[in-house]
Write a protein of this length. Structure first.
Lengths: 283, 559
């Protein structure tokens, strides 16, 4: 169970939030927007999983940001303020900043996906789409049960055949042969199992009528409120982006950074997981 | 829908016969019986007597293909004429394998699965699932993933996922054969509650008469050729088995077999006295006998078993093992020797590390610390828990020949081996079509063809009937004593261990806590011992097998 009140909201609300956060992060390279989305995504990840996993993932992302920033500035010499020139390559302040903004954008998207994984567990996903696609959601559920079973069974088959015939042939070709044999055994066992699983499904009336889906989540007033807020903020931000407050020119010279109302709506939207915690203050 | 309450009988079977699609011989031969609502019936029978076929006939969705004749009624209706939803909810079916019956990935989804299938509305579904989870005590692991459950929990979940649909009749096909004894007991306790508190009619196929007889108020016994040989109460069933000497009496509970010993030695039961079934009844019986008999006639004379001399084949020193660096240790400082010419048993609860120790001893899994010495470079063979894992071909004989080149044996050797295991007439069968006992024997046969010096067997008698068990026991004894092979096997069946093992070791918490000669082990253990030992404790001390009791009462009597 993920930490925080936001994770307890109806999966549709969480889904909308993450969709919005990820899409908006992709849509703008305005430095303030990029910094905001990075900060909120990072803060939420720390809140969900603690500082250590956050640092670990950021540690992996930073080289990427630097790499993209350098690469962009190396091959894109459109900027006006020259920093350094070497043969055909020239590094400009604008190019470097643009590269950093793109890198930051990617980092934000990755961080949001990490948060998504924590909050939107598989059962929430299948719940959301289960009603629309009962067969697919059942398949997802069955497959996610089947894979770990196959892996652990593969281990036992491997153990037993290595112990029996492994000593006769330790060559590469012998190992390949045994690998193939293991696949045959697993396939045979799998078919045998699936017959029994099918029996178990039929015995419990699978296919007897239109399926319904067990719902673990209900809509409460607070869910409607947050959903309404989210929709309003998404619309507001979308409008503001389209009319141009979120656009930012890097080339040939960077625009000045000034205060925009768009920052407020954007922060409110991305800060939703923290805003819902305000409910605690009432108590 | 018709009112279910107007019928007196949950199940009615009249002159029912069945022939498999592929054969002309009747698998079930004019069977007739009626089961009152709310009864708990045990369906017993020798292997291949058509028990499963009979039970599956109640459920058209999973019935065996073939030609049936006669009449079957479930609460007065022909199951073939019920609507699919009605059929799904009226008769619940629990099968043998806990693993394969589970369809979905989470416990809550599995519970809801059947209700989703019959299109139940969400509010009612919530209520049913909650009620059922509560009844079965599943609340604590409601959110768990099904792959993380123990075997016992899985089978309880399967039962709950059927009961949630509120069936009138519950049909179970050997539901506990894959479980360890503790989990099996738990399962039976819950099953008895389902019967007594919910009034659901139960009919169950079960090898463990020890567990099922105390619960059943009705016993049906199928003989060879699918004929119903007995239909009646428990005591009549026991008497029938004792008298007909078909060999099935080895499956009787220990308490009953002890009483049978007295009976056969000429000291018959009190007139009208019912045969004891549980350990408590067995103790009462034995105690009463001890006070009746002249002291000299009943003296503990356990047979004991000579333990062959030490002859180290494999030796593990201070083994520490874990599957990955992130996981906890599964073996902690295990010292263990396997001796040639001896049968050693390894017992202990699930997850105590038994299977891992076998894997480590086989040399497949390298320990993190410690080492395994195989000074004479002996050939070690490991038999996995699931015998199916050994087979890849469509014919049993082809399968046995799979390793003929590496193991250098001929087809004649393979046929001899099949004969040794009494499987010669099964040589053209598909290995997967063998019964549990036959499959286990076939797997052992395949391994023996490689002529290993050390045999490591993981639960070789799991889920198989008493007759097949006895046969495997005989072969293992022969292999150790006559051919000098080193044998180490794990088992949950303590009776089997007491009957064939020379030494017995107990594993607990990833360590081997003690190793002792098998007889001494069961005498010294208070709870973790054979039912016979628990019955005889304080009355005929030192008796751990039925044969010990027989010796204790016979010796003087015959002299």
């Amino acid at each position: 169970m993920a930490k925080g009140l936001f994770a307890t909201y109806h999966p549709a609300v969480c889904m909308l939030f993450f969709l919005a956060a990820i899409c908006f992060s992709f849509c703008t390279q305005h430095p303030v927007y990029v910094v905001m989305t990075c900060v909120f995504a990072g803060a939420y990840l720390i809140y969900l999983k603690g500082a250590r996993p956050f640092l670990r993932s950021v540690g992996a992302f930073i080289p990427m940001v630097v790499f993209i920033g350098l690469l962009n500035s190396l091959f894109n010499s459109a900027g006006a303020s020259l920093l350094w020139r070497w043969g055909p390559f020239s590094i400009t302040v604008e190019g470097l900043c643009y590269g950093l903004a793109v890198g930051g954008m990617l980092v934000a998207v990755l961080l949001w996906f990490s948060c998504y994984n924590e909050v939107m567990t598989e059962d929430k996903f299948t719940y959301l789409f289960g009603k629309r696609m009962p067969t697919i959601s059942l398949m997802v559920s069955m497959i996610s049960r089947w894979i770990p079973r196959m892996v652990s069974r593969g281990h036992s088959v491997y153990d037993s055949q290595e112990a029996l015939i492994g000593c006769y042939d330790q060559s590469k070709s012998g190992k390949v042969k045994r690998g193939l044999r293991m696949a045959t055994v697993l396939a045979g066992l799998g078919m045998e199992d699936s017959v029994q699983t099918a029996d178990s499904m039929c015995a419990r009336g699978y296919g007897s009528t239109r399926r319904t889906a067990y719902a673990r989540y209900k809509w409460h007033v607070r869910e409607y409120v947050v959903l309404g807020l989210l929709i309003a903020l998404v619309l507001a931000n979308a409008v503001l982006l389209v009319v141009g407050t979120g656009s930012f020119k890097f080339y040939p010279r960077m625009s000045n950074i000034e205060f925009l109302w768009g920052y407020v709506t954007y922060a409110l939207m991305l800060g939703m997981p923290f805003l819902v915690e305000l409910e605690r203050l009432k108590r | 829908m018709e009112d279910r309450n107007q019928h007196e009988f949950a199940l009615e079977v009249e002159d029912y016969s069945f022939t498999y699609a592929s054969s002309d011989v009747k698998a079930l031969d004019s069977i007739t019986f009626r089961l009152r609502k709310g009864s708990f019936a045990a369906l017993c029978g020798v292997s291949g007597s058509g028990k499963s076929t009979l039970l599956r006939a109640f459920k058209p969705e999973i019935a065996v293909a073939g030609k049936p004749s006669g009449k079957i009624r479930v609460l007065g209706d022909d199951p073939y004429e019920l609507s699919p939803v009605e059929s799904a909810t009226r008769i619940g079916f629990v099968m043998q394998d806990p693993e394969n019956q589970i369809v979905t990935d989470t416990v809550w989804h599995e519970l809801a699965f059947g209700l989703e299938n019959i299109g139940m509305d969400v509010d009612t579904m919530h209520r049913r699932v909650a009620e059922t989870a509560h009844f079965f005590g599943i609340g604590g692991w409601f959110d768990r993933r099904t792959t993380d459950l123990s075997g016992g929990q899985k089978q309880l979940l399967n039962l709950a996922a059927i009961v949630v649909m509120q069936p009138a009749v519950l049909v179970l096909d050997e539901p506990t054969s894959q479980l360890d004894p503790i989990a099996a007991k738990d399962f039976f306790d819950v099953l008895e509650r389902v019967n007594s508190e919910l009034g659901i009619t139960i009919i169950i196929i079960e090898h463990r008469l020890e567990d099922v007889l105390p619960a059943a108020d009705r016993v049906l016994f199928l003989g060879k050729g699918g004929r119903l040989l007995y239909d009646g109460d428990r005591d009549g069933f026991v008497r029938m088995l004792v008298e007909d000497k078909s060999g099935f009496d080895v499956a009787l509970p220990a308490a009953t077999r002890i009483a049978v010993c007295f009976n056969r030695s000429g000291k018959s039961l009190d007139a009208g006295g019912a045969y004891p079934v549980t350990v408590r009844e067995g103790r009462e019986f034995l105690d009463q006998k001890a006070r009746q008999e002249d002291g000299s006639l009943m003296e503990p004379r356990p047979l004991g078993r000579e333990v062959p001399p030490e002859n180290v084949a494999l030796s593990a020193k201070d083994l520490w093992f874990r599957y990955t660096k992130e996981m906890p240790f599964v073996l902690r400082g295990v010292d263990f020797d396997v001796h040639a010419g001896r049968i050693a048993a390894l017992v202990g609860g699930n997850g105590s590390g038994k299977s891992t120790l076998l894997s480590a001893l086989s040399g497949v899994r390298k320990p993190e610390r410690g080492r395994i010495a195989n000074p004479r470079k002996l050939h070690v063979a490991l038999m996995a828990q699931n015998p199916k894992m050994l087979f890849v071909h469509d014919r049993l004989l082809d399968d046995l020949m799979e390793w003929s080149s590496v193991g250098s044996y001929s087809e004649g050797d393979a046929i001899d081996m099949l004969e040794r295991f009494g499987l010669e007439d099964k040589r053209n069968r598909h290995p997967y079509d063998l019964s549990g006992g036959e499959m286990q024997k076939a797997a052992l046969a395949k391994i023996l063809l490689l002529d290993p010096d050390v045999l490591l067997l993981d639960e070789p008698v799991k889920g198989i009937d008493a007759l097949a068990k006895a046969q495997i026991g005989e072969i293992l004894t022969e292999l150790a004593l006559k051919e000098g092979k080193a044998i180490l096997f794990t088992a949950h069946d303590l009776e089997f261990v007491s009957e064939i093992a020379h030494t017995c070791s107990m594993m607990f918490g990833c360590e081997v806590t003690c190793t002792q000669d098998a007889h001494g082990f069961f005498v010294d253990n208070l709870f973790y011992s054979t039912p016979t030992a628990r019955i005889a404790r304080g009355i005929l001390d030192g008796c751990v097998m039925t044969a010990d009791i027989a010796a204790s009462i016979n010796a003087e009597g015959t002299a």
